[in-house]
Design a protein around this ligand. Sequence first.
Ligand SMILES: [Zn+2]
Length: 301
Amino acid sequence: MVRFWAHDQAEFPLPEGHKFPLGKYRLLRERLISEGLARPEDIRRSEPADWALLGRVHQAQYLDRVREGRLSDREERVLGLPWSAELVERGRRSTQGTLEAARDAMATGYGMNLGGGTHHAGRAAGRGYCLFNDIAVAITQLREERPGLGPVAVVDCDVHQGDGTAELLQPDPAVFTLSLHGGANYPFRRATSDLDVELPTGTGDDDYLAHLEAALGGIEAWAAPELVIFLAGADPWEGDRLGRLALTKSGLAARDAMVLDRAERWGSVVTVALAGGYAPDLADTVDINLATARAVVARAG
Ligand SMILES: [Zn+2]
């Protein structure tokens, strides 16, 4: 049985009409239960990540400003979310969820955070709805808990480039950062991943899957990772408001299967984080996330 980590109970205030899909997290948790993919007790609520742990990835002054509500107007604009104590609490819980899911993966083969994938957060800056970089935090802590941890691959299939992850982890020789994203999408100032694949606007299922297969081959040429952190963004979907690509829901399911199959072949354990998804109807984003969860549950057996 796969264990899931949730933090949706920690809501935060958003202005009317804001694009952040606050409602998707609770809907996904409820559907996991109603569709029999998880029992209520399989979905655990993550605690807020320790400030000391966040401080091993992020700059101390940045964290002070976040904690004390002293982000500048510009920093808040770049983050894209209005600061509140509740937002900070939620960001910490979301970050911890990815760490817990990584621990589950190490223990049982698979773990999934019903959130996280906050890949735009860099060392000294929140960006694009991302306050903390959960991926870098999880890897940092896991290494301390398991000094022998082997190579780690970040397979970032969110439609936006994982610029914060690239900034934080590309220099790390034991981590391979792959980002597969829309070439015309945010962020407009990129960081360099170990492998960046820029897809033209309008890319559909077949081309996407061909690029993904080649990119996974790039990881394979580097090493067979012990741990794969998969950012299963729902925003490459054709109906997404921010994505600009044209994948169908079945194309996204094929993407998930390709990543999970390859990880299985490598003998990797897998941690899944949701990352983005901005369908006009939240139910579409939730469908896509649910299909990812279903694929994980099916493999975990
Ligand atoms: Zn995204």
